[in-house]
Design a protein around this ligand. Structure first.
Ligand SMILES: Nc1ncnc2c1ncn2[C@@H]1O[C@H](COP(=O)(O)OP(=O)(O)OP(=O)(O)O)[C@@H](O)[C@H]1O
Ligand SMILES: [Mg+2]
Length: 281
């Protein structure tokens, strides 16, 4: 087994519009500022991450879709961006990947293979951040299978956090079947309006109910984020000293510290779903 210097982190939540893509772009830029080499992977056919980094998906002939379904080597697709990070771009073609992969053996492992292919070529980044689409489909499962950890951006204003339980069930399945080493790094409060006590209460409830770490500081809701994607740069470049940029920098520092924490011994799945039999030998 190859030991890798890369930390692969999936940013996932099947709920749409909770700032997954913004988080990937901003933490990516913050890690680059700290001198880390970073690869961002756009796993959403909407290609918002690709677009927000100044690349028009319509100008691309090759994308992550070709790596995942056509066996292209990732170095043929990877591009450098102005934000100082590398990008595995997406195009709308990725919408077909989900269907194409459904009938393929080993589909859960396509992203893990991509990460390993990069390591074999010694194109090793310190970080690979996976921007998951808003679903728990093949691509998200493949991302969780490739990842050392998963970070869950969460908008605290809404009460609809039942989705978190579903996501954690998927994480448990991935641990059982495809990636025993996957760790939940916690929830990141996004679009946070600290003026409401409601937001803080929701956050407490979630961390208690699901026994999840809360990654601090919360990312404040600010109009600056709406402006950044159009500029093709992350908020760290377009609005260097804004509160939002500063919050993402602090989060990035926490993630760097978290990556150095020794891995928990991959436990045998302790928790079984109702109805499932344990052990089964
Ligand atoms: N802290 C913030 N303050 C204000 N607006 C924000 C903030 N973070 C993100 N946004 C805006 O919220 C919208 C959704 O963000 P984003 O695209 O990052 O979410 P997402 O979870 O990736 O969405 P999807 O599920 O569709 O992929 C975008 O318009 C973005 O500019
Ligand atoms: Mg997104």
């Amino acid at each position: 087994m190859m030991t890798s210097m890369t930390t692969t982190l999936a940013i996932a939540n099947q709920k749409g519009g909770v700032a997954k893509t913004t988080t990937v772009a901003s933490i990516g830029a913050a890690l680059a500022e700290l001198g880390h080499s970073v690869l961002l992977v756009d796993l959403d056919p909407q290609a918002c991450l690709t677009f927000s980094l100044g690349i028009d998906p319509e100008d691309l002939e090759l994308s992550v879709h070709h790596v995942l379904t056509k066996g292209l080597h990732p170095t043929e697709v990877m591009i450098a961006t102005e934000d100082g990070v590398d990008l595995m771009p997406a195009t709308i073609e990725l919408a077909r990947a989900e269907a194409e992969l459904l009938t393929r053996t080993g589909r859960e492992h396509v992203l893990r293979s991509m990460v390993e292919a990069l390591a074999e070529e010694e194109v090793e980044h310190d970080w690979i951040l996976l921007d998951c689409p808003p679903s728990l489909g093949v691509l998200t499962v493949a991302a969780l299978t490739a990842a050392d950890g998963v970070l869950v951006p969460l908008q605290c204003e809404t009460l609809s956090h039942r989705g978190v339980g579903q996501l954690l069930d998927t994480v448990h399945d991935v641990r059982r079947f495809t990636n025993r080493g996957l760790e939940v790094w916690g929830v990141l409060p996004t679009l946070y309006d600290g003026r409401t006590t409601h937001a803080r209460k929701v956050l407490e409830t979630i961390s208690e109910t699901y026994e999840l770490e809360v990654v601090e500081p919360p990312i404040p809701k600010t109009i600056k984020f709406a402006e950044a994607p159009a500029a093709g740069r992350s908020i760290l470049a377009t609005s260097r000293s804004s509160k939002g940029a500063q919050a993402y920098r602090e989060v990035a520092q926490h993630l760097v510290a978290r990556a150095q924490r020794p891995k928990a011994e991959p436990a045998r799945p302790a928790r079984t779903r109702a109805g499932a039999t344990r052990g089964g030998r």
